[in-house]
Design a protein around this ligand. Structure first.
Ligand SMILES: C[S@@+](CC[C@H](N)C(=O)[O-])C[C@H]1O[C@@H](n2cnc3c(N)ncnc32)[C@H](O)[C@@H]1O
Length: 489
């Protein structure tokens, strides 16, 4: 390596920063090739001093990106491990639709998607199964370079080298030696930056909650043991009850790291998050709950003893206590994932908005359509509950009922203008509908309200989102919208 004199300290400090920012671990035996990679990445940043480079690496996204490209293999191709895709087609999708209903909106996440062949393969498969209008495919990676390629959706023959390459061609247009992915497939996939080593998922803000299926393949092999554990725990928490996780056949087994059920199929071994009734609660918060947060303080104070559903012979004070403890039990059932019991315990008290909130959250985990029906009823009964309108908006959005979702989110922010997360939700729905000016206003409100709170505080109506994360997410959306407005105006 011309011009670079390595010391152990230099090498270790660069690797420490790289490891802390990416979770990626390099084996001692790879030191020589790693140094070569670092030297190449350094050259691209125009630097030659190792300690200055280490300092840059600690905060600069492009410098980190350059090094990731050098030290990881971004190799991928369409329908890689095609038997796993057959498993998705023949076992997983039918199972999800049977359990959740034929019209269920299927949420899929390709985590570490590289240049996009994996999520586009998923989109092709969903289109073939008649699910194009009801699938939501999120694709994330740590490499901005890979994400830029993925968004371009332009490939060479090499990406079609697998045994399913030919089947892929009907979704590609060939021109001048390159393949272009059809727009009807492209628009099914949303690409976002996400570092799997960071604690930013599950989260409503990164859209990583309540996943029906996650593919996290050929990336875990690069992580150290501690990171594998954290990633496994977080992926588990991102899955909806009964949701599926697929890793590559060469990836480390995850069974020891999170309470996955291992399912052996004719198409390979897959992981599953057991249905709530089959498992003890896990330490990480339930993904569904993160979208449908609880509001404990409200619950115990809003009980309306003047209009009970059934009044027994005892005094109002005792009645209050009974309602309070029933509601407490309902909330506990919700927290441990016993949704049926939570519904049962809360449904006698629909005169009380706090009980309605518990009931809607529990139903949302069982049957989205029924949750919406109940929520429509409850918002009419308690028109001043901002939280009920907010939940209504979340559920309507989930079923793609965007016009109604906008109205519900607008009601929530009208009732409580300080709810940063409701502004954020309104922005997300408006952006999805292409109402960019309205979305911009809503994201600005979300950003300002979140930025005004202590950065580590969990924002109201949310269980996980910190003010810092929400501020950052709103800023990201504003950047995308401003770029889009710039290109259309
Ligand atoms: C070999 S590719 C896997 C592509 C695809 N999943 C497959 O199996 O064909 C590995 C990808 O992991 C990404 N990666 C590495 N570290 C990551 C991290 N901490 N968070 C997210 N992605 C990461 C790399 O940028 C690269 O695109």
């Amino acid at each position: 390596m011309k011009g670079i004199l390595w010391t152990d300290d230099d090498y270790e400090s660069i690797m420490r920063i790289f490891g802390a920012r990416t979770g990626l671990a390099v084996r001692p035996a790879q030191r020589e090739s790693t140094q070569l990679g670092i030297a190449k990445a350094m050259r691209r940043t125009g630097m030659s001093d190792l300690s200055a480079y280490a300092a840059l690496l600690a905060y600069d996204v492009d410098a980190l990106d350059n090094l990731i490209v050098e030290l990881t293999v971004g190799e991928t191709y369409f329908f890689r491990e095609s038997s796993q895709f057959e498993g998705i087609r023949r076992e997983i999708l039918p199972e999800i639709l049977k359990r959740k209903g034929r019209s269920h909106r299927v949420k899929i996440w390709s985590a570490a998607c590289a240049s996009g062949e994996e999520p586009y393969s998923l989109a092709m498969l969903c289109a073939e199964e008649g699910l194009a209008s009801q699938c939501e495919i999120l694709a994330t990676d740590i490499s901005s370079e890979a994400l830029a390629k993925a968004r371009q959706a332009t490939y060479r023959d090499w990406s079609l080298r697998g045994d399913a390459g030919t089947a892929t061609k009907k979704y590609l247009r060939f021109d001048n030696g390159r393949y272009f992915v059809d727009d009807r497939i492209r628009r099914l996939v949303r690409f976002e930056f996400l570092n799997l080593a960071m604690d930013v998922y599950p989260s409503y803000v990164t859209s990583t909650e309540a996943m029906d299926l996650i593919l996290c393949r050929n990336v875990l092999i690069y992580f150290g043991r501690a990171t594998i554990r954290e990633v496994a725990e977080r992926l588990f928490a991102c899955l909806a009850d009964g949701g599926w996780l697929i890793t590559a056949s060469g990836d480390p087994p995850l069974g020891d790291y999170a309470p996955f059920e291992t399912v052996v199929t004719n198409f390979g071994v897959f992981y599953r998050r057991p249905q709530a009734s089959e498992t003890a609660p896990h330490s990480l918060a339930d993904a569904k709950q993160s979208v449908r947060p609880t509001h404990d303080a409200q619950a115990s104070t809003e009980i309306d003893a003047s209009a009970p559903p059934e009044r027994d012979a005892d005094s109002p004070t005792k009645f209050n206590r009974t309602v309070g403890s029933q509601l407490d039990s309902a909330k506990k059932a919700l927290a441990r994932g016993d949704y049926a019991r939570a519904v049962e315990l809360s449904e006698l008290y629909s005169h009380d908005p706090a009980a309605c909130i518990v009931q809607v959250k529990a139903l949302a985990n069982l049957h989205t359509e029924e949750a919406i029906q109940k929520c429509t009823l409850f918002t009419a009964r308690h028109p001043l509950s901002a939280e009920l309108h907010y939940l209504h908006a979340v559920l309507l959005m989930e079923l793609n009922l965007d016009v109604d979702a906008v109205h519900a989110a607008q009601r929530a922010v009208f009732l409580d203008r300080s709810l940063a997360i409701a502004h954020f939700l309104l922005g997300s729905i408006l952006q999805r509908r292409g109402s960019l000016e309205g979305a911009k206003r809503a994201f600005r409100n979300a950003r300002e309200l979140a930025a005004a709170r202590p950065p580590d505080e969990i924002v109201p109506l949310s269980e996980h989102e910190t003010a810092r994360l929400l501020t950052k997410a709103a800023e990201n959306h504003l950047r995308v919208i401003e770029a889009a407005i710039g290109t259309t105006s």
